[in-house]
Design a protein around this ligand. Structure first.
Ligand code: RUB
Length: 316
């Protein structure tokens, strides 16, 4: 890693890489805070050196995990705030944009929660996959509105993020039934909504989320269960407007099977993709802080928010 990158930023990058910090919104929040630290701790001699340092820090964070677009969106937001010509001015710019970014993220999640809660009726049961703070914001708002919600929670192999979801739902007073991933179809008859988050939403309305989401959506459609995706606009992927595809992270195979077992099994090839792509036709609604959208109309929202330009400030 570049020598100019502050140890705190390195630590954040490592924690994102090893998934101690995980989930698209949480990663974005941590990345913005890390750039803030780089700025406050910088002893750059001049404005040019300061900018170069911030770009190096942003690159280190960017290179951790490839799929959650909230990460580059966060870095872009903070770096584009740098307008001053002095070190002190730039430091102030970064601190202000990072603080503003984190506050907006929190507000967006709360607003999205209110929108999503309106889709949930008193007595509904949801099925979840992985752990999404955006999805949980919808449940939290529904509970605050006095609705009784129950949940069927998929454990989400290999990292079992379903356990985090189960714990959080329990804290909200939502009764949880935990199931193995392969039991999802059986339990779809008992649920009123599939509720998931997103790491990225492409311009055509495709939803990139934890591996297994697309299979769940196909099964839910077959059973007639609506599929609701909670994704604040931070998850919209501007690059996909210009034809770029979303890079799907392949993680360490040790998450699937340990070395000893692998040898016992005769060393099969193991693959461990972390995310998959759910085509828009399987998604009923994408819930954002700006309201809910059918996946086909997401591109209009994207143009409004990002325009057509997608250059990366850390690559300059
Ligand atoms: C997390 C995951 C979550 C999205 C949305 O994957 O797929 O559903 O990131 O989360 P991982 P949030 O555990 O591999 O990071 O709504 O909190 O942004």
């Amino acid at each position: 890693m570049d020598d100019r990158v502050h140890p705190e930023v390195r630590r954040t990058a490592t924690e994102i890489d090893t998934m101690e910090i995980r989930g698209a919104a949480t990663i974005a929040d941590a990345a913005a805070r890390a750039l803030r630290t780089q700025a406050t701790e910088s002893d750059a001699a001049d404005a040019e050196a300061f900018r170069a340092e911030l770009r190096a820090a942003a690159r280190a964070l960017y290179e951790t995990r490839p799929t959650a677009v909230s990460l580059p969106n966060a870095l872009r937001y903070v770096l584009r705030g740098m307008s001053s010509t002095t070190v002190e001015g730039l430091r102030q710019n970064v601190v202000e944009s990072a603080d503003e970014f984190c506050a907006r993220l929190e507000r967006a999640q709360a607003d999205l929660g209110e929108v999503g809660a309106n889709r949930l009726r008193d007595g509904d049961t949801i099925m979840t996959h992985c752990h999404s703070t955006d999805a949980l914001a919808c449940v939290e708002a529904a509970v605050e509105q006095g609705k009784h919600i129950e949940a069927v929670v998929k454990e989400t192999r290999p990292r079992n993020q379903g356990h985090i979801t189960a714990k959080r739902l329990d804290e909200l007073g939502v009764p949880v039934t935990l199931i193995v991933d392969s039991a999802a179809r059986r339990y779809l008859n008992d649920v009123d909504h599939v509720l998931v988050g997103a790491d990225a939403v492409a311009a055509d309305g495709s939803v990139v989320n934890k591996i297994g989401t697309s299979g769940l959506a196909v099964n839910a459609r077959d059973r007639g269960t609506p599929i609701m995706v909670a994704a604040q606009t931070l998850k919209l992927h501007p690059g996909t407007m210009t034809g770029h595809t979303v890079d799907i992270e392949m993680r360490d195979t040790a998450e699937v099977v340990d070395d000893e077992t692998l040898v016992e099994l005769g060393n099969p090839t193991v693959q461990n993709p972390a995310f998959d792509v759910t085509p828009p036709r399987y998604v009923d609604a994408i819930v954002t802080e700006r309201g809910q959208f059918p996946p086909e109309s997401i591109v209009t929202l994207m143009r409004e928010l990002f325009g057509e330009g997608t250059s990366e400030p850390w690559a300059e």
